[in-house]
Write a protein that binds this ligand. Sequence first.
Ligand SMILES: Cc1ncc(COP(=O)(O)O)c(C=O)c1O
Length: 502
Amino acid sequence: MKERIEQTGTQIPYRSDNFDFCLIFEKSKKNTFKKCTDLPDGLVRASLDIPELSEPEVIRHYTALSKLNFGIDTGMYPLGSCTMKYNPRFTEYLSALPHNMVHPYQDETTIQGSLKIIYMLKRHLMNICGMDDFSLQPAAGAQGEFTAMAIIKKYFERKNDNRNEVIVPDSAHGTNPKSAAMSGFDVVEIPSDEQGTIDHNIVKEAVSEKTAALMLTNPNTLGLFEKEIPEIARIVHDAGGLLFYDGANLNGIVGKVRPGDMGFDCMSLNLHKTFAVPHGGGGPGSGPTGVKKHLADLLPVPAVEFNGEKYYLDYNRPDSIGKVHGFYGNYLAIVRALGYILRLGSIGLTRISEFSVLNSNYMVSKLSDVYEVKNPETLHKHEAVFSAAGQKKYDVNALDIAKRLMDYGVHPPTIYFPLIVKEALMIEPTETESKGSIDNYCEILLRLNEEIQKDAEMVKSAPHSTVVGRLDDVFAARKMILRWNPDIVTTSDHENKQQDGN
Ligand SMILES: Cc1ncc(COP(=O)(O)O)c(C=O)c1O
């Protein structure tokens, strides 16, 4: 690997240079346990199919693995659409407090503090979003959307209205059409216009007596504020449909405008994006669903309520869609988000959107001459989607750029999403990055553009400083090896073979 770095002139290998590629099973030394025990022979297992290593060997193995990992604590992680921002340590401290160690089956009277935390967060989210109620049960943004779709479905069933269509713009996050389809709706896709936003005339053409809802992400996945929301809301409501707001990008508008005031009937949020809950690895996240009054009795049970004296779990909601998560949701995500909101206060929350917008527009101003961006002169919100289409003439694509960025010790952006931008590089610097780290990221991208012109092959063969290079995703997807088996070729063997041209 050292050679590969020298050949390419990369200066910043932060990865371990001497990782030995072995799985812990492959490092195992047979009969270590047997030799180490004083137990009489009859009590020692003849065989136990787990790796046999000493404690220091195990610690070193996992420490070496952890050094290969990349996280927001390691460097800038501008994965567009994901808001991989820094989560302050005090929220981690709060979630680790022993007071959180309650059992979900404890009697209500003994968990008043925990119920108060859930209730307080619900009230804050209602206030921040202009909604009349919230359920904190959903465990992810997608589940929050799905919960809202289930609510909409039941709302119309209750009215004996068999509306079965949900309108979704082509710029929406993939989870939107999926949530609608999983709830039994037919998805009607509408195209965004030249500017990347939704023209209300397109909505007018798409609505009918079959329209149950329109799902709108705002700011949208191009980081643009949908300017025609009042007209869109009127058109959908006049047709008898409901409006759903995907609030995953709330960090672009928090403290400035509220979905409830814009006419939305229901919404989802991602606490693991806007409200400093760690994000990634599939969770644990939190995707609260908010609703206006006319949908409130359909929210999942139990609702956490306060009767002036005590907090209690309200199961008495006959029209509820039921449960969408065990107990009350991912409780420690709720603790973190409440701590974050209380610490920042309304001024601090408003600063989130101001800094996220400032940072993404700063990137647009530094990069748009080299990496094309739709409407560079329009104010973007929290993120912007650049295109590497201009670099294609050197036969370099967005994937190559993403791989080469890893050699510089930064995380690549989201690529090839949204689908409406060719060779998309979707960059969300987030509100927690400093000017210095954004400058550094932009300098890397500009330098990379020069590299592409001088030595496209080197960029196309990146990364050069990571332990494994380009994995064969098709091989990995088609032939998933999820359990170690001594007879099956390991990933590293496979990669070595690929490099040898086999
Ligand atoms: C706009 C948008 N909607 C929905 C989601 C889905 O959220 P989750 O990954 O928590 O399911 C995301 C994810 O980042 C998103 O960016």
